[in-house]
Ligand binder design. Structure first.
Ligand code: AMP
Length: 196
């Protein structure tokens, strides 16, 4: 199973992804974590990403797509993974489709965690990460609205997207996600071919 977890910053994607990965034996892949490690280790990627992240902006698509392509190509991903923080733009979503096809992954599930802005700002300010100042938080929410939220519609044309209310008890939210992942996959019907 391959899972994409969508939702605004602060919705709980990281927390929920970790729990899902543990319960379903999937690899948790957080592009934000990859970038934060690169910044910490002061690698070339880290130096490029640092300022962008501090502003709450997005790291360029080509960089992110290359990271995800390389990571998903590794043998250990064959047992399934959950993508947290990617895709974040339509371009990334289109590139991900291509990568999944190339690597023969064909069981994609999309979960969208929802929460209102007041709750998101409150949570992000409590979290206290370096990129969680009030200006950055506001900018991240704006970037999400403009660049990331259209991804949901993109996926809705391809497969079912499960909306999950991200407000409430962490374990209950997680149970709700696990339950929808147990549902059989419904795909758009294949058009009947003309009989000869
Ligand atoms: P996150 O941990 O998912 O909140 O990501 C933290 C920051 O890393 C974001 O605010 C972006 O600056 C950057 N980032 C993470 N994932 C992506 C991505 N897929 N595309 C562009 N930037 C990203």
């Amino acid at each position: 199973m391959q899972i994409v977890i969508l939702g605004p910053p602060g919705a709980g994607k990281g927390t929920q992804s970790l729990l899902i990965a543990q319960k379903l034996g999937l690899i948790h892949l957080s592009t934000g974590e990859i970038l934060r490690k690169a910044v910490e280790q002061d690698t070339e990627l880290g130096r490029r990403a640092k300022e962008i992240m501090q502003k709450g902006a997005l790291v360029p698509d080509d960089i992110m797509i290359a990271i995800v392509r390389q990571t998903l190509s590794s043998e250990e991903m064959k047992s399934g993974f959950i993508l947290d923080g990617f895709p974040r733009t339509l371009n990334q979503a289109i590139a991900l489709d291509k990568i999944l096809t190339e690597l023969n992954f064909n069981d994609l599930r999309v979960v969208n965690i929802t929460a209102n802005d007041d709750e998101l700002v409150k949570r992000l300010m409590l979290r206290g990460r370096k990129d969680d100042t009030i200006e950055t938080v506001k900018h991240r929410l704006e970037v999400y609205r403009k660049q990331t939220s259209p991804i949901k519609e993109y996926y809705e044309k391809k497969c079912r997207v499960y909306d999950i209310n991200g407000i409430g008890d962490i374990n209950e939210i997680n149970d709700n996600i696990i339950n929808v992942l147990k549902e059989p996959v419904t795909r758009p019907p294949v058009k009947a071919r003309n009989m000869e």
